[in-house]
Design a protein. Sequence first.
Lengths: 353, 353, 349, 349
Amino acid sequence: MIPGITISKSTLYVVIFWSNAPISSKNISWKLPATHRGKVAEHTDETFYRSLYRIRRVEEEIVRLYPSDRIKSPVHLSIGQESVSVGVCAALSTNDIVFGTYRGHALYLAKGGDLNSMMAELFGKRDGSARGKAGSMHLIDLGAGMMGTSAIVATTIPHAVGYALAIQMRRENRIVAVFFGDGASDEGVFHESMNFAALKKLPILFVCENNGYAIYSPVSDRMPADNFCERAESYRIPSTRVQSGKTTEIRDAAAHAAVAIRKGNGPQFLECLTARWRDHVGPDEDRIWNYRPDSELDDWIARDDVAATASRIDQARRSAIEAEVEREIADAIAFAEASPYPAMEELNEHVFR
Amino acid sequence: MIPGITISKSTLYVVIFWSNAPISSKNISWKLPATHRGKVAEHTDETFYRSLYRIRRVEEEIVRLYPSDRIKSPVHLSIGQESVSVGVCAALSTNDIVFGTYRGHALYLAKGGDLNSMMAELFGKRDGSARGKAGSMHLIDLGAGMMGTSAIVATTIPHAVGYALAIQMRRENRIVAVFFGDGASDEGVFHESMNFAALKKLPILFVCENNGYAIYSPVSDRMPADNFCERAESYRIPSTRVQSGKTTEIRDAAAHAAVAIRKGNGPQFLECLTARWRDHVGPDEDRIWNYRPDSELDDWIARDDVAATASRIDQARRSAIEAEVEREIADAIAFAEASPYPAMEELNEHVFR
Amino acid sequence: MSSADRELTYSEALHEAVRQEMSRNSDVFVFGLGVDDAKGMYGTTAGLHEEFGTERNFDTPLAEDAMTGVAIGAALAGMRPIHVHQRMDFLLLCMNQLINIAAKASYMYAGACHVPIVVRGIIGRSWGQGAQHSQALHSFFMHVPGIKVVAPTTPHDAKGCLIAAIRDDNPVIFMEHRMLYGNRGVVPENDYEVPFGQARILTSGNDVTIVGVSHMIVECLRAAHVLREAGVSAEVIDPVSLAPLDIDTIAASARKTKHLLVVDTSWTTCGTGSEILAQLVESLGEEGIPKMKRMGYAPTPCPTTRPLEDIYYPSGQTIAEAAHALVRGRDWTAPQIEAREISEFRGPF
Amino acid sequence: MSSADRELTYSEALHEAVRQEMSRNSDVFVFGLGVDDAKGMYGTTAGLHEEFGTERNFDTPLAEDAMTGVAIGAALAGMRPIHVHQRMDFLLLCMNQLINIAAKASYMYAGACHVPIVVRGIIGRSWGQGAQHSQALHSFFMHVPGIKVVAPTTPHDAKGCLIAAIRDDNPVIFMEHRMLYGNRGVVPENDYEVPFGQARILTSGNDVTIVGVSHMIVECLRAAHVLREAGVSAEVIDPVSLAPLDIDTIAASARKTKHLLVVDTSWTTCGTGSEILAQLVESLGEEGIPKMKRMGYAPTPCPTTRPLEDIYYPSGQTIAEAAHALVRGRDWTAPQIEAREISEFRGPF
Ligand SMILES: Cc1ncc(C[n+]2csc(CCOP(=O)(O)OP(=O)(O)O)c2C)c(N)n1
Ligand SMILES: Cc1ncc(C[n+]2csc(CCOP(=O)(O)OP(=O)(O)O)c2C)c(N)n1
Ligand SMILES: [Mg+2]
Ligand SMILES: [Mg+2]
């Protein structure tokens, strides 16, 4: 399904350094930043499981806490979609950059965002990643390379392209990955962004997280054909569709794409089929609105990659991982609870830098 | 080059009536408008020449008049591009609708727009198509099916789609053709519009008038590949590229597309290569800015379809046509001169209907 | 309950308006993201596709720019589209079509064509909607000639204004506030129009005129209540439409009370309040200018955390205090007044 | 001519500013439709790609929405992009990125990131630019917290403000009026910043304060000239930046002259004039409010035909007459004053 991938045989690989692109102008006089060591972490079933299970459980805890009204923030859960963020981020290093969406918990955590800050942010507390000013829809952790997200669909796509442009101008050895939904690809700005990224051969991976729906509107109500990759190819962006939702396959495809990007070959496009188990927004079950056949979701749940990954791990190791994660989550909730609300004066801070 | 066209053998053809599309809802209760007789006019070299020569000469007169400052309106001339409007409009009937751009003189005239009103509009006079309020960039003649144009690139594309939606909802037997430049296709709204038109199978012909440049920016500086048709096809819109600039070939391709559209098959895309002989805006020669090789333009001028069409017509007939056109243009200029400026009170009229 | 005092919620009133107009005129259709889903835009478009067919109430791709252009194109063809946005913030993607085209078409073509579209924009608030889901953009549209702006507050006016907007031959921005949706009020069953450009005096008073925009009217009424108990008699005015704006009713009231407070549901700079104050100072110059003040959102983006969100917005209490200070020239602490539509709000968003 | 009184045109001043900043800071780059073509954005970007490389001055596809997002993304990465628009009207395609993102990023993320972008928008006028090529949108940006707006009038301020805008860590909308491009003025050779939020008193006077925006300042100076001959002494103030707005200088002047006329280069409703009048009436309440009036575009889209275009805009004559009426309370016909930048304008557009 993903032709030409050879690196996927090993769970360990090292990113090939992106050789400096040819300098088109004679007058470049900019400082070249210190070379980043783009080493990508090792991954095994255990590390994948840890990440998948952690995201799943964080979101389940949000579901549990939600009726208590302590999280006064609309939440767009990624339950069921964890493998996309985990798989792609496994092909990235810390100084690679990701941009995502309001459905950002999984990406934030997969990229290494701080769990305490996230939880405090959801609670609207001062120790939140944005001091409580942003909520679930706008998570950020610059140290982890997780840029801010947006509640306006598709808006971060050109930001990612702009960031990739800066990387290219500075001859840095990093790449950007931008995550967006199938719905976002309806927007004109997505096309404008793909065209420009391809034109300039920017170091960017477009990741279309295709859960089949924009809120309750299926792809078939929004596109004449289900052909995301074909559209990307019309911009001369090499494209891959991963249908299985398997973390390892997604990681392999992303890694393959990342290698090409780091070589200076320009953007790549990755479509990952996935499924949202919960309602578009809020903690409820997705089925309550009856907008899609139960079987569709059942099929995805049967293939749940969190469970599948778990099943490949020795029971003792698995319990140890789970216990560790549970402790971390409990601590994060306690941290969020303990954190104070921002002071009233903070209302007027940060409007300008 | 245009596979499958059979109707092009005759210079006369009748549009096949578009059978009513299947009614998807049980609750349709709207009045069906009186059926329009979508008869398309006959065309011969003589009728084509009349139209081509008329447009060319109107624009040359604008060039001649411009230094006199009587036309206080930016003009975007179509000299060199006449065959696109003439060819496509030859496949349309009066009650078909066209939308165009600020480079709209050729389309306005080819679709049957009133020359006197146009000239008075350029002069800013009260008998102009918009009483002098709109100028060259915003020509309109509703009686001829020529809708208003826009100075903001690509903005009329979704209007045409919306008009086609109305036609479909009303089960009318008409189609819409929308003309736009290669530059307009960079804009996100073009993609959004194509997607929606294809999704709804709307009766619309997209005509990309590809003169190779947006102002002085070549396609290669704006797109990773010169593949307009491929992009359209990614929306499942059947596409044709006409490279020659020949009126008859363009007419044939448009007619072929129009037949499919009238059948209810949804949108079609037509890319017509062409060349702008004059500066992007204003009456000057295009070469003064040295942004493209002279040979490129020379090649197009050598293949000028106005001259080529003229050469196929008997000299006496040709002189008669030319004399008639010259008289009409002289009359239109006299008409525009004689028309008064709008009264001062008109400043405040028409803000609302 | 006789039909003369039948009560509906704000959202039911909108639903009834659009149903009646769709029945009356086959040119009317409704489209926008999610208008035909199970939630039916908070009920305001529920079931329209079943009743009038899927061609007349349909979902769209996410493509606000083109869909606005599609509305304009359909309107140019004689239809009367209603384009619905779940958040007014999304109109920022539609500005080119709305301002460069819709607002100008009638004028540019000297009346040859016109653009009868209704653009419904819902203003979000509460439960951490945050900076990008809580904006009201009416001042942009008030600034530009050629486009009307209405912001009804009561269920009665919601219905009557929506009918009037649909029948209007010009582009109309129809502002709805999410916090108004649950409000109940008397709504006649027949179809009726509430004319634009006629403000309503909701409570009369002698000491201060308070003009509120959209949901802020509710807070202004709360303020008037506590002001009355503090001995200040407030006249609360709902402009109903912002373009055209009924400055005469506001001016007459302010001339009487000699104090004017304008409470906007947006930032104050270059906002509705600026406009009202400026018009009054220009026109009332000779007769003595009332004391005037504007209130609105804090001059910041909207924070999500509840404590900051609460002070970001004017409230019944802060409005009462501001009005009191204007009239009495000294500080006073008004009692807190619970705004249950806010404190009890838990979605749907 | 000593270098101390070297004169440049407005466009040369802009060009010098951007060159100096590009030399000084490798993070600065310029992009937008046509910035590297033979016309070089009326000379303001001429040759930058030759001097600094094609990566630092480049043309783009027609994609205003995404290109604004690209500027923001590059800024988030630490660059200082300057995005140039040949007409400010095109910013209507950029509103979502500018208002939903650029203006909010610093606040939403509590200072974790910031968006140092400069968006240059050129206001068109004359020779039938018409409704879609003549708009100035500053009031939109003034309305929204988190974004700065500057509108320099003189070549000196054009250079100093552009340098300040580039160095500013926040998004800055930089307004340029096409009719100012040919103006000449003294421009120091060194790099210098003109600070935002400090208005300039261009002529002092005692009878009336006239505040103008952008090109209207030129018309205000013409008006002041004929007013002087009619015995009215006008103080002309150039706010230079509109957000932040130096209300103190304006208020002090209006307190002195007791008459204030604000002349905007846009429509008046919810405009700069509304804001200034409202701020003055709020703050000067106790001390007596000056007579105040706003002027701006006629409340219509911009017509192309010259006779209507001429009366659509305030002119030296109509400004002088309005100021005179404000001060003297009676009609007076001012002499016509030729505005040669308009009467002689024949492009490039
Ligand atoms: C520009 C814009 N239009 C509409 C919305 C309302 N909205 C929020 S999420 C969403 C669906 C997006 O679908 P998709 O991109 O597939 O992401 P998913 O929610 O499935 O992860 C919509 C329409 C919005 N937030 N922004
Ligand atoms: C939205 C927008 N962006 C930029 C411009 C400036 N502009 C006017 S015409 C033009 C080029 C358009 O090129 P194309 O669509 O190929 O049409 P052509 O002029 O070649 O007929 C540009 C960039 C504009 N008018 N509108
Ligand atoms: Mg989706
Ligand atoms: Mg072109």
